[in-house]
Ligand binder design. Structure first.
Ligand code: FE
Ligand code: FE
Ligand code: MG
Length: 167
């Protein structure tokens, strides 16, 4: 840990590390939800959805790396046990037990909307207090906003397609 780097943080560092660990737990669960969803999804437009889910899985894993790096810079320890992901998570985990493409999209849209709320709150709490963390959570929020839009666009296309095939 860099002492001066921590000294300039104008907020409770322990509390900040805890908030970052909660987001870190969310990212691992989101990563796995996308990764396994891409493996088992079934239904129309599957190929396009699989590509999107895999791309998002990669992004969520990158977010986990960004958060772990910042937690360590602040003198903290990223969660070491997967069982603790469930204790820390804000957004939880939706098991894709129904592999129908529409259901998987619905679950992941819900997850992204929770992520957007989480990062907006982290942005509000770090703004003007910790520019380094602020910059990281802002970058992540930009990705989560893109993720939500990508999934909602897939859902829209799917609904149009299902509507036409019913006629
Ligand atoms: Fe993420
Ligand atoms: Fe996301
Ligand atoms: Mg995408």
């Amino acid at each position: 840990m860099g002492t001066k780097g921590i000294e300039i943080v104008d907020m409770d560092v322990k509390k900040l590390i805890n908030l970052l660990n909660k987001a870190y737990a969310d990212e691992w669960l989101a990563y796995y939800q996308y990764w396994i969803g891409a493996k088992i999804v079934k239904g129309p437009m599957k190929e396009a959805v699989i590509a999107e889910l895999n791309q998002h899985a990669t992004d969520e894993l990158r977010h986990a790396v960004m958060l772990a790096t910042r937690i360590i810079q602040l003198g903290g320890t990223p969660i070491t046990k997967p069982e603790d992901w469930y204790k820390f998570t804000n957004c939880g985990y939706d098991a894709p037990d129904n592999p129908f493409v529409k259901e998987i999209l619905k679950q992941n849209i819900k997850g992204e909307q929770c992520a957007i709320t989480t990062y907006k709150s982290l942005i509000n709490q770090t703004e003007g207090k910790d520019p380094v963390t602020y910059n990281i959570v802002l970058q992540i929020l930009q990705d989560e906003v893109e993720h939500e839009e990508d999934l909602q666009a897939e859902m829209e296309d799917l609904e149009i397609m299902l509507k036409h095939s019913r006629k």
